[in-house]
Design a protein around this ligand. Structure first.
Ligand code: DGT
Ligand code: CA
Ligand code: CA
Ligand code: ZN
Length: 577
């Protein structure tokens, strides 16, 4: 009988094949979402089907339900078999070589029968690619070079890519092997903006089965090493995943050790030694006596140190504070009462005003600011003044209808190159809330860029600077800024700076947040949601805030709207009065 994992794997392979053949991304996503649903189920699909409840699973419609039934009955799916004849899994992996797109990958497979990066490398070495139309000795050399670069490139992986992959590993292993505890450790658990690799810890009654399952994960490109308790694999996208099986009684010790950071651990161990104690991934010991290690707390308690959350374990003073008995008091998702940066399909969002507000309400937010783009963002369908006013009317109508959430008519206004805002003052004055951000001219000098932001902060209408540096983790550098000057001005003018939860952004970053708190700059945590599911990104913003040691009191959108509006700006105060 096919397991949930088997069905999900078939769906994932179909998604990959459809993507490779250039199919509609929505179809591709439908299979991926379905696979994710199946992997999160506690109960076998066969049971759910027996009760006739397949259709009540999220993302499963008639057609997918019929496919699940076919797999449960026969162990296979005709559509999958046919697709795999044309698009075996390794063919997709070849697309990760720069310069090899879907069409080329197809040609390589059809004409030369290549089904993996290794085979591609081999064929290029032997000069077999130049037989293909449009290929020459130069293309072969390029492909070889790009494969080599792919291999040596041990670059760090943005959290935005690593986090979902880690979640997938956890779901897949839960489904494929007898796993008891499973948790991500390392920099991913500390929610650093990028990670070197993914570290997963597992307890299990059958470690060998877990290790085998790791090597068979659907995205594995290469098994780097496998042994009785540790397996390392490389994903198709060149992310290394280390999975370790530890004994249940050591789980806390291992989780503490492998969460790190290394600096945190080194300091902790030094303190332990001074107290005649020894710490390791197997527990905390006095001589031969084991004092604990089943839970993480047990690793800190004998040292008289309060445990601080993973995001803070960077040896930035958390150990000293824990030793002094200062309890951790950092912002959590549950503290946030509203979201001040949300897009709709009026500009570049994917969902309607109503759908976005509904999603915010379902999350428990009591206020939400709708902040679509201004006209300068032509390719994001930035709103003209007339469209902005029409949206404000729609918002007022919806506000009359809804009782448990308040919608603010806001805008994410472009900060032009010269620091002016992309709407005239009379339009800005009509807004409940004004965010502004840099979406252009990223390459100005530090002086020019700083002057640009200072001028924006000077605007009497500005409340929040959204994603202040414009960086995209791993792909776009932050704009050059005298951050201390910008923050000093923001503090003086009571302009808030945003911690943007979009995982590619995480902007402000942890170091900036520490500085902002030192300088008394108001902060907000926003999702910048462009679709209902993006509210889930809030965890990334909150984790980043915690990495900057932010407490609920540092974050403006932890307070009720009635207090928030007067706090934001004097002009808001004027208008609210
Ligand atoms: P990454 O992967 O570069 O983003 O950073 P981490 O922190 O995940 O580092 P990784 O994967 O090399 O090791 C995972 C954890 O294992 C690390 O955070 C702390 C622990 N660890 C690794 N090497 C050492 C070490 O030499 N001494 C100590 N005390 N802990 C270590
Ligand atoms: Ca790591
Ligand atoms: Ca590692
Ligand atoms: Zn935005």
């Amino acid at each position: 009988m096919a397991t949930n994992y088997d069905v999900a794997r078939i769906f994932l392979e179909i998604a990959e094949a459809l993507e490779l053949s250039g199919q509609d991304p929505y179809r591709v996503r439908a299979y991926r979402n379905a696979a994710r649903t199946l992997l999160s189920l506690e109960e076998p699909l066969a049971e759910i089907r027996r009760r006739g409840e397949l259709l009540s699973l999220p993302g499963i419609g008639e057609s997918l339900a019929a496919k699940i039934a076919e797999i449960l009955d026969s162990g296979r799916l005709r559509q999958h078999d046919e697709l795999m004849e044309h698009f075996p899994p390794g063919v997709a992996a070849m697309m990760h070589v720069p310069g090899v797109g879907p069409r080329t990958a197809q040609t390589l497979f059809r004409e030369l029968g290549l089904t993996s990066v290794e085979e591609l490398e081999h064929a290029a070495r032997e000069g077999r690619l130049r037989a293909l139309k449009g290929f020459g000795a130069k293309t072969e050399a390029n492909i070889l070079q790009n494969i080599a670069r792919l291999r040596t490139r041990r670059q760090r992986i943005p959290l935005a890519r690593a986090y979902p992959l880690a979640q997938q590993v956890i779901h897949l292993l839960r489904a494929a092997a007898p796993v008891r505890d499973i948790e991500a450790a390392g920099s991913l658990r500390r929610m650093t903006e990028d990670v070197g690799d993914i570290d997963i810890l597992v307890t299990s009654d059958d470690p060998a089965a877990v290790m085998a399952a790791v090597t068979r994960l659907p995205f594995v490109q290469r098994v780097l090493a496998t042994g009785p308790t540790k397996t390392s694999v490389l994903s198709e996208q060149d992310v290394q995943v280390d999975v370790r099986v530890v004994a249940p009684e050591n789980f806390g010790a291992a989780l503490q050790y492998f969460t790190g950071s290394k600096e945190h651990n080194v300091k902790l161990r030094t303190l332990a030694v001074r107290q005649g104690l020894k710490l390791s991934e197997y527990g905390i010991f006095r001589g031969d006596t084991r004092l604990g290690g089943a839970t993480e707390e047990e690793m800190y308690r004998p040292l008289g140190i309060l445990m601080y959350p993973p995001e803070l374990r960077e040896d930035r003073g958390e150990i000293e504070r824990g030793l002094a008995g200062v309890p951790p008091d950092f912002v959590e998702e549950r503290h946030l009462r509203g979201d001040l940066h949300v897009h709709t399909n009026a500009s570049d969002g994917r969902a309607s005003l109503r759908a976005m507000v509904e999603a915010a309400r379902e999350r428990g937010f009591t206020y939400v600011a709708i902040s679509d783009h201004s006209p300068a963002r032509g390719n994001a369908r930035g709103l003209s003044a007339a469209r902005l006013r029409a949206q404000a009317r729609e918002i007022r109508a919806l506000n009359r209808e809804l009782t448990d959430i308040t919608i603010l008519a806001a805008s994410e206004v472009d900060i032009r190159r010269d620091g002016t805002l992309d709407y005239p003052d009379d339009v800005l004055a009509e807004l409940d809330l004004c965010l502004a951000s840099v979406h252009s001219a990223f390459n100005l000098s530090r002086e020019e860029q700083t002057a640009r932001l200072l001028r924006a902060i000077d605007s009497p209408f500005l409340d929040i600077i959204a994603h202040p540096t414009g960086r995209l983790v791993g792909t776009r550098d932050p704009i050059e800024l005298d951050m201390r000057r910008v923050m000093t001005a923001a503090a003086a003018h009571e302009v808030a700076l945003e911690i943007n939860s979009w995982p590619e952004r995480l902007d402000l970053n942890d170091a900036h947040i520490l500085l902002a708190r030192e300088l008394g700059v108001p902060l907000v945590i926003d999702t910048d949601a462009h679709a209902p599911e993006h509210f889930d990104n809030l965890k990334f913003g909150v984790a980043t805030a915690r990495r900057g040691w932010a407490t609920p009191a540092d974050i403006l959108n932890t307070i009720p709207l009635s207090q928030l509006l007067p706090r934001l700006r004097r002009n808001r105060l004027r208008k609210a009065a």
